[in-house]
Design a protein around this ligand. Structure first.
Ligand code: NAI
Ligand code: MG
Length: 326
């Protein structure tokens, strides 16, 4: 069976790390058909649109999508792409790796972030000069979907600690619904969990990340807490993510286009390659996914490494070393 994968490198280091992930996927025994599409600042400058029709079509039709990063147009690219693949869950693992400097080496967290609503609903307006508003949308359906996904993920992946992050003491209606729905889902499954106010949780995650496993979050909280966790484990070059829908899914590193190092050939491909490993899991190849993750881990431990993680190797040298390990 051949899997059709839409490949959207985007801008900056997206163009450098995405080919690395494609090379790694080609090194597995699985058959892929890669279809490439453009998105981001560069294609906007050339054609007047940051997300051309062709790119939207290949993402809609493919079995899964690999996306690198966009620059200033990131929101115009990734928000529609997430909705094209129908993704309701943004899965962001943040773990440390042996041999790499980390503020908290004991970190092994997975953020399950609601991906469709909350304060990222896009419903903003100017009421009058100097006064603007945002409508925060929380629905029972989306809250139920994300909670069910989170508890399933925890069980499947062997995490005992599940935390529901919220701020229902202040946002009583919206986060009240999020929290009450997630607690109902937990009770229906007889699952253990704890709840945490998201501001206090930010502090606890920094001090004692080892007390946490899966964290189920509203949209903005998941965005912020997962970047905080990136800081605990050694930086953005290491964090993959998945945007998962009922049938389709899109995989991307958490990082952006990194204009400060773009074009130098020194971007860390680990986040993108680990995103490709999540794609393998999603398509039903857990052994191949584990082989890719193990290879990345072994190269991070013994080198070669890119400069962001203390080495002087290029993206290509690291990618070749990962492929050798597979
Ligand atoms: P960024 O993630 O691009 O870079 C932050 C810092 O981390 C930079 O110093 C960069 O060099 C470093 N870094 C990131 N990924 C790395 C890697 N793989 N290897 C080595 N170092 C790495 O975030 P920033 O600087 O806030 O944004 C730059 C551009 O990216 C902006 O135009 C922003 O809009 C866009 N962006 C796009 C995203 C997306 O497409 N999903 C997500 C975040 C930002
Ligand atoms: Mg972010």
């Amino acid at each position: 069976m051949t899997h059709e994968i839409a490949v959207i490198p985007g801008d900056g280091i997206g163009k450098e790390v995405t080919p690395a992930a494609v090379d790694v996927l080609e090194a597995t025994p699985i058959d892929f058909d890669f279809v490439e599409g453009e998105a981001g600042d560069e294609v906007l400058a050339e054609t007047g649109t940051a997300l051309p029709e062709h790119t939207q079509e290949i993402a809609a039709d493919a079995d899964a999508t690999l996306f690198g990063a966009a620059g200033e147009t990131a929101a115009d690219v990734i928000l529609p792409l997430r909705s094209i693949v129908g993704s309701f869950a943004n899965v962001r693992p943040a773990r440390s790796y042996p041999g790499l400097d980390a503020v908290k080496p004991e970190t092994d967290l997975v953020f399950i972030r609601e991906n469709t609503e909350g304060v990222y609903s896009g419903l903003e307006s100017e009421i009058t000069e100097g006064v603007r508003t945002l409508t925060r949308v929380v629905t029972e359906d989306a809250s139920e979907e994300i909670a069910e996904y989170g508890f399933k993920y925890a069980r499947r992946n062997g995490y005992d600690d599940v935390t529901i992050a919220h701020k229902a003491n202040v946002m009583r209606e919206t986060d009240g619904l999020f929290l009450e729905t997630a607690e109902r889902v937990a009770d229906e499954r007889d699952a253990e969990y704890e709840t945490a106010l998201m501001d206090a949780l930010a502090m606890h995650l920094v001090m004692h990340p080892e007390d946490y496993g899966v964290v189920i979050c509203p949209n903005l909280a998941g965005d912020m807490l997962s970047d905080l966790a990136a800081g605990l484990v050694g930086g953005l070059g290491l964090l993959p993510s998945a945007n998962v829908g009922p049938e389709n899914a899109l995989f991307e590193p958490v990082h952006g286009s990194a204009p400060d190092i773009a074009g130098e050939g020194i971007a860390n491909p680990s986040a993108m390659i680990l995103s490709a490993a999540m794609l393998l899991d999603h398509l039903g190849y857990p052994d191949e996914a584990t082989a890719v993750r193990d290879a990345v881990e072994s190269v991070l431990e013994s080198g070669p490494r890119t400069p962001d993680v203390g080495g002087d190797a290029t993206t290509e040298e690291v990618t070749d070393a990962v492929i050798d390990q597979i």
